[in-house]
Every structure is written in structure tokens, then in C-alpha cells.
Design a protein around this ligand. Structure first.
Ligand SMILES: [Zn+2]
Length: 432
């Protein structure tokens, strides 16, 4: 079923008269001039999947998208050339498609000649992009995805199944200084090229603002097209939990959550989604506390759900009340001997991190035996001596041995004045 949503102006931009069939009128009156901005828009639409159609000499441009807001934006941008905006729904399909059509225009015949060979559309490899045409192209046909555990590890993609199509896309990007690679059925840009591309093509096009978001939880939340701030917050926190889950290969604690997603407070998430409870927040979001792939994990982690984060929190708070603070693991286990249904300090340490859980629970932790700021600093100093440079957190992960404090351990601690990896490096430098 097709529904007409909008019709373009019937006013001729040349003579100012009202005409029912503008393109027919233009063939007698005068073809209105298509300016640079309009050429940018048409080029972007053609790169982004638009087609040129029509039987007569004058052709029209047609572009389809499932995004209504984007369709309406394109329709508005086409201004006097816009003919109609239609919504098409197909049997058995949930999402309608939007069809933006221009009036037929003499100049579009020349586009047809340049973009088609033997009746088939061929992506041109010599298109001169402007930021505006690149924005439209990317809005219609591009995308972003993440390749690693950090928000900075993203790539910009264009799908390109056929070789000549991929070659044309790469050629257009290359002409404008963007390095790209062919990967499977796509053309991808990484690192600086991807970042520069997003900068250059900003501001984001309406309806697909998420394609310019490099913060994965924000991207995911915006993609759901939330209706208001409340819905956005729910989507954002839900997405953030899910992203942190993917990026953590052990029990998802508030501390690990904050180490994995940027700028979000685990307490806010627990309040908003779980009424103050971390476990309830996870359950509201439908995100499991244990890793998705637990098959290769130690038995203790697989068995962990026996005690929830909230159970453990309550237990250490009670123990602190009875035994005093700072609460050591030994004091806790002594208290536990007369209790039932509470986890051991070993279970707490393995599942949630002893210090991290206690600090979240508002209890001062006794020192965790084995690792300390000193032992971590010494490990970093050793790497500096061996490698001649200060390790990044990723290098630390790679270079550390099983007897060094893990990176995860570091993120679970709360040291005075050391909140980040760069703080730690500064601290280590100060030791020399
Ligand atoms: Zn006219």
C-alpha cells in the first residue's frame, strides 16, 4: 500500500506561476537552473543508492529509505525540485519504505547519461565530493561499527558487494584523501581516516544522527529513535550495560562497568534501571552478570550467580557492622562462620573484586594481600626498563605476567589521586 505524505511546490521558480505539472510546464517555460548546492545533493543521493528514472527526455530522481526522518529531510533539501514523498508498506514487512521523488528535469537526463551504461547504474569513480554531498552519501549508504573493546576502535563502512562498486567507492574516497580498504563485502575506513570523515561530514543528517556517534552506548541508544529524554536514558543505560558485558570476560561488577564504558556512573545506572540495585538493573536490561561465553571460564565464575552482587554487598555491610573497619578478608570470614547463606571472601574476591565491592558498599576494605599500588608501579617500572618506553594500558595487558597485578585489578581499585592509567604512569615516573 502506498500513501502520499507530501507533495512538492507547484510554483514555477522561473515565472512564478502555479502549475499542476511543473516538468511539462518547464519544457515550455524554461528549465530552472540547478545550482551547486543542488548538484551536491543530487550527487550524494546517487552515490547513496538513488536512481534516475523516466521514459521521456526529462528524467526524475528517486531515492528509497526506511528512515522517515531522513526521507523528510531529503525531501525538504530538494526544495523546488521535490515532487513527492510516499510511504510504501509491503505485506509481511514491518517497516515501511519511504520514496522521495523529484520532478523530471532536463539536467537529470545528463546525470542519466553519466551514471548509467547499457541501462545499468554504475557508480562513478570520479565524483568530486563536497562535505554536503559526502554527508548525504554517508547518511544513505554508510555506517559505523566497532571492532574492539574500546569506543576508539571503530570503523566507517560502505557496503559494496561487487568489485567494480567497491573500486569506485575507494577511488572517490582516495580522491579526497581518505585511505580505505576492501574488507569482505565492504569498503572500510579506520583510525584517522574514519575520524576525519565523521568530522568532515558533520553535522549529522536528521534521522541518522547515530551514524556520527563514536560512543557505542550513545550510538545504540540513538539508533532506537527514543521519543524523549526519559526513554533515551533508559536506552542509553541498557545499551551501556550490554556493551560493558560484551567487553568484560568475568562477572560484570559496577567497577568493571565503569572501566569499560566512558563517562557513565554505575550508581546512576543502578538507580535508574534497578531502583538502586545493581542486580536489578542488570535484570531490567536483560544483561547477564556472567559472561555470554562461560564455557572456558573457571568453575567459580560459572557458579557465581549463587550469590548476587546485592547479596555480597549486604553481607560485607553486616560484617563491617559486627567486626569494624577497615574490613579484612580474614575478619569477614571469621564473622561468616556464624552466618548462613553468605558468600566467602574468596567467592567475593573472585566474582566481584574484594576492594571494589567493599568500596561500592561503603565499607573501607582491608588491604588485599598480594597486590598493591607498589607492586603495580614496580611492574610498570620494570616494563619501562625492559622496553625503553612507558606502557599503554594495552601494552601492560600484553607485557604483564601472571604474578603482576592485572589491569582489571587496577581498574577495580580506588587510589588517592590515581584515577586513570596516565595518572599511574605519572606516579611511576615520579619514582625515578
Ligand atoms: Zn514557469
Amino acid at each position: 500500500m502506498t500513501t502520499l505524505l507530501e507533495t512538492g511546490t507547484r510554483l514555477c521558480p522561473v515565472c512564478g506561476e502555479q502549475k499542476d505539472r511543473l516538468s511539462r510546464h518547464w519544457s515550455y517555460c524554461e528549465w530552472p537552473e540547478i545550482g551547486d548546492a543542488m548538484h551536491d545533493l543530487l550527487g550524494g543521493i546517487l552515490l547513496g543508492g538513488g536512481t534516475i528514472q523516466g521514459n521521456g527526455d526529462a528524467k526524475h530522481l528517486l531515492v528509497l529509505t526506511t528512515n522517515e526522518e531522513l526521507a523528510r529531510w531529503l525531501f525538504d533539501e530538494l526544495d523546488w525540485l521535490a515532487h513527492s514523498l510516499r510511504r510504501e508498506t509491503f505485506d509481511g514487512e514491518r517497516n515501511p519504505q519511504y520514496r522521495v521523488r523529484t520532478h523530471a528535469h532536463d539536467t537529470l537526463r545528463r546525470y542519466r547519461d553519466r551514471w548509467y551504461a547499457d541501462g545499468e547504474k554504475r557508480l562513478r569513480d570520479d565524483v568530486d565530493l563536497s562535505a554536503d554531498s559526502a554527508r548525504v552519501w554517508y547518511a544513505l549508504a554508510g555506517g559505523i561499527e566497532w571492532t574492539g573493546d574500546y569506543d576508539s576502535q571503530f570503523r566507517v563502512i560502505f557496503s559494496a558487494e561487487a568489485d567494480d562498486r567497491a573500486a569506485a567507492i575507494q577511488s572517490v574516497l582516495d580522491r579526497h584523501g581518505y585511505d580505505s580498504e576492501r574488507l569482505d563485502r565492504r569498503v572500510v575506513m579506520y583510525g584517522d581516516a574514519a575520524r576525519d570523515w565523521l568530522d568532515w561530514t558533520a553535522p549529522p543528517a536528521p534521522g541518522v544522527e547515530y551514524k556520527w556517534q563514536t560512543d557505542k552506548p550513545v550510538y545504540t541508544a540513538l539508533r532506537t529513535d527514543p521519543d524523549d529524554e526519559t526513554e533515551y536514558k533508559t536506552e542509553l543505560y541498557t545499551a551501556a550495560l550490554s556493551v560493558a558485558r560484551e567487553r568484560t570476560d568475568s562477572i560484570l561488577t559496577p567497577g568493571r562497568f565503569e572501566a569499560r564504558v566512558d563517562g557513565l556512573d554505575a550508581g546512576d545506572v543502578a538507580d535508574w534501571l534497578g531502583g538502586g540495585s545493581w542486580d536489578d538493573a542488570l535484570s531490567t536490561a536483560g544483561v547477564p552478570k556472567i559472561p555470554y561465553d562461560t564455557a572456558s571460564k573457571p568453575v567459580t565464575e560459572r557458579d557465581a550467580p549463587e550469590y548476587s552482587y546485592d547479596d555480597a554487598t549486604e553481607a560485607v555491610q553486616q560484617a563491617a557492622g559486627a567486626m569494624g573497619e577497615p574490613l579484612t578478608a580474614a575478619a569477614y570470614d571469621e564473622w561468616r562462620e556464624t552466618e548462613t547463606g553468605v558468600p566467602s571472601s574468596v567467592t567475593i574476591q573472585q566474582n566481584f573484586g574484594w576492594s571494589a565491592l567493599l568500596l561500592d558498599a561503603g565499607v573501607q576494605p582491608g588491604r588485599v594481600v598480594g597486590h598493591s599500588l607498589d607492586s603495580l608501579t614496580n611492574a610498570v617500572l620494570r616494563m619501562h626498563r625492559d622496553h625503553g618506553e612507558w606502557p599503554t594500558s594495552a601494552e601492560y595487558r600484553e607485557w604483564s605476567t601472571s604474578t603482576d597485578p592485572s589491569l582489571q585489578w587496577f581498574y577495580e581499585q580506588e587510589f588517592d589521586d590515581i584515577d586513570s592509567w596516565s595518572d599511574l604512569i605519572e606516579h611511576a615516573k615520579a619514582q625515578l
